[in-house]
Write a protein that binds this ligand. Sequence first.
Ligand code: NIG
Ligand code: FE
Length: 398
Amino acid sequence: MTSTVFTGIAELVTNDEHLEGADQSEHLGRLRNAAVIVQDGLIAWVGPASRAPEADGRRDLGGRAVIPGFVDSHSHLVFAGDRSAEFAARMTGVRYDGAGIANSVWATRAASDDDLRALVGVRIEEMRGQGTTTVEIKSGYGLNVDDEARSLRIAAEFTSETTFLGAHVVPPEYVDRRAEYVDLVTGEMLSACAPHARWIDVFCEPRSPHAFTEDEARVVLSAGRDAGLGLRVHGNQLGPGPGVRLAVEMGAASVDHCTFLSEADIEALAAASDTTVATLLPGAEFSTRSRYPDARRLFDAGVSIALATDCNPGTCYSSSIPFVLALAVREMGLTPAEALRAATVGSAKSLRRNDIGVVRPGNRADLAVLDAPSYLHLSYRPGVPIASTLEERGRHGS
Ligand code: NIG
Ligand code: FE
């Protein structure tokens, strides 16, 4: 049992709304000149540096800000191949409809386990280098029994937050046999994947000929629930649709994208705010030249909001939560504090986790350090690599 006291913290954002003596404006639970004691990977003590108890070791962070590590609650990291040409085409006006997913499927099926593992490892390192301490990873580029199960086995080597997305699109070989593909996903594929997954997800988007209708999505989610998986939904990304309604109806933990919402969708999400989180993915709007959802409106209506990258080869090949925060503030009307909470305690809620996202004794010591005196610099200095995990920082000196 060794403990370390971290000092030299100019500003500590805890997200702890009950922390004594903290500045609670915008619910950040902020302390100036703070110290944190970490023991065995957990937070042991939080408070002003002047009152910090002794610990076995001591590290001075040199006047930096410390925040809860980012919780990236939506990513698709298990893929091979390159789709940058699709991005270039979209920038000249080509619309995204999910057709390109098949290109990643061919490349992923052809890759060896070691190659896929190495690709995921590099992407996770990128994330950690930008302050992310928890990542959810979906399958969805295998789309057959063996390659979906393999994708999840590899994802599980990196995170406990693994999501079975066999219902990403109907693969080309099933294009005239949709019902058969849904049977496969909910039968043999689910049986092979459920042991490696915590969640199930479905791309419910009637506007895309490749994705799933409301009825198909309901069948997929019901089967996943029966197999003991928690529910997540890709919904309302390409246009208004049934995804949000279905997610709320089925008690999903999260409905993601939420780009095109009706008044009824917003009301339903607000009423379900204890259960279903709206996960916004502005990197996807950026990379598909889409409009952005009105996060301000959702927040003011009482919807629970999370922010995540959606890191994937098609709609957003960025692993950067700081980039997402800058977009949320500049393009979606959130304050820097609301955006930071959404990407930490908000995304933790979307994973039904309360051991992360808030810096308080007993929680995991998942922290990010900023080369800046305040969390405001995250969106104030877009594109500048000021954030990294505490661990990563330790590796390169304080
Ligand atoms: O979340 N919309 C569905 N899935 C991904 C994109 C997948 C891809 O194009 O490779 C998303 O945007
Ligand atoms: Fe996604």
